[in-house]
Design a protein around this ligand. Structure first.
Ligand code: FAD
Length: 293
């Protein structure tokens, strides 16, 4: 099933997982998926290491198993930076052969030491390539707090609209901790003519201090005052911070659902217990027919 069709019937609740590291046993991901199976998500997406990282082959197998073993729709991520067209074709052929219908087309982060050469410069190039050669549903990334490389918020929206015009059917946001940035972004996207493209809000429960430092460095996201106060109060106590991070995510999701978000994409960080606790708290709030009623 194409993920973009699910929005026609309901508000979407989806999950993201990442494949185990190359030196870890593949079976650990199936323990995570067993733990996530009670949630009944609308789909699960599987990340893919940019630049052909060693564990990238695992993405396709896991995405395929999510469908065949768990009966849940899946999305395989595909960052194009450093890939030749031939390599992208081989990966996409493999996805098709393994029954994957949904691909999250990305550029990937440019490594600090070198700009890899390949057949694609931006995610939009990959989206065009997929659209021209495959009958797949295409997802793309978007950034409520603006992509760190963008010259301006207007430029960012302009390039997002370009991705949509190239063929992106469904958007998922970068994580954010202040819902106001999502509402303002959603409005700008609608003004720019993207009101018919579903936008899922990406929510990451922040459950440890190292994770927060990494996120700020990597994604340049804003830490709102309310979040900083949580950190100051509970940051020294790992159990309290985990509980506070879960409570914060539940609060964000509750507000997003009340404001009619098209969907929630939970970055699980492969922690099934955290995902379950969040789902238990919000599942009765997810309307069954929000977009068609
Ligand atoms: P692009 O859409 O190419 O945008 C990158 C920058 O270029 C932006 O500033 C944009 O405004 C600008 N731009 C876009 N198109 C053009 C154009 N045609 N001309 C000029 N400028 C342009 N990374 C991974 O490696 N693996 C993953 O699995 C992964 N999953 C992700 C999932 C989600 C939901 C998100 C939000 C991000 C994910 N990322 C992943 C990170 C992503 O690869 C990085 O954020 C990367 O820096 C940008 O990717 P993009 O697809 O948004 O790039």
């Amino acid at each position: 099933m194409k993920t973009s069709d699910i929005f026609k019937h309901k508000t979407v609740f989806s999950l993201e997982i990442f494949p185990p590291k190359p030196d870890a046993k593949e079976s650990v991901i199936y323990d995570t998926l067993d733990g996530l199976s009670d949630i009944c998500p609308d789909f699960i997406s599987v990340t893919y290491g940019a630049g052909g990282a060693k564990n990238s082959q695992r993405t396709i197998k896991i995405a395929s198993d999510i469908k065949s073993r768990y009966g849940v729709e899946s999305v395989a991520h595909l960052p194009c930076i450093g890939l030749t067209r031939e390599q992208a074709k081989n990966i996409l052929d493999d996805m098709k052969a393994q029954g994957i219908e949904n691909v999250l087309a990305l550029r990937g982060d440019i490594p600090a030491d070198e700009v890899p050469c390949g057949g694609f410069e931006h995610a939009s190039d990959l989206i065009t390539f997929i659209k021209e050669n495959y009958d797949m549903n295409i997802l793309a990334a978007c950034y409520p707090e603006v992509h760190p490389e963008s010259r301006s918020p207007i430029d960012d929206i302009r390039w997002l609209r370009h991705k949509v015009s190239c063929g992106a059917d469904h958007l998922i946001t970068q994580l954010f901790l202040d819902n106001r940035s999502f509402y303002s972004f959603r409005e700008k996207a609608a003004i720019a003519g993207m009101e018919n493209v579903p936008i899922e809000a990406g929510i990451m429960p922040v459950t440890n201090k190292r994770q927060i430092e990494r996120m700020v460095k990597l994604c340049g996201i804003e830490l709102p005052g309310r979040f900083i106060r949580v950190l100051e109060k509970f940051g020294h106590d790992p159990i309290a911070l985990r509980d506070a991070g879960i409570a914060y995510a539940i609060d964000q999701i509750t507000d997003l659902l009340a404001e009619g978000a098209d969907g929630i994409h939970l970055y699980t960080m492969n922690d099934a217990q955290v995902a379950q606790r969040i789902y238990e708290a919000v599942h009765s709030l997810i309307p069954a027919h929000s977009l068609v009623s």
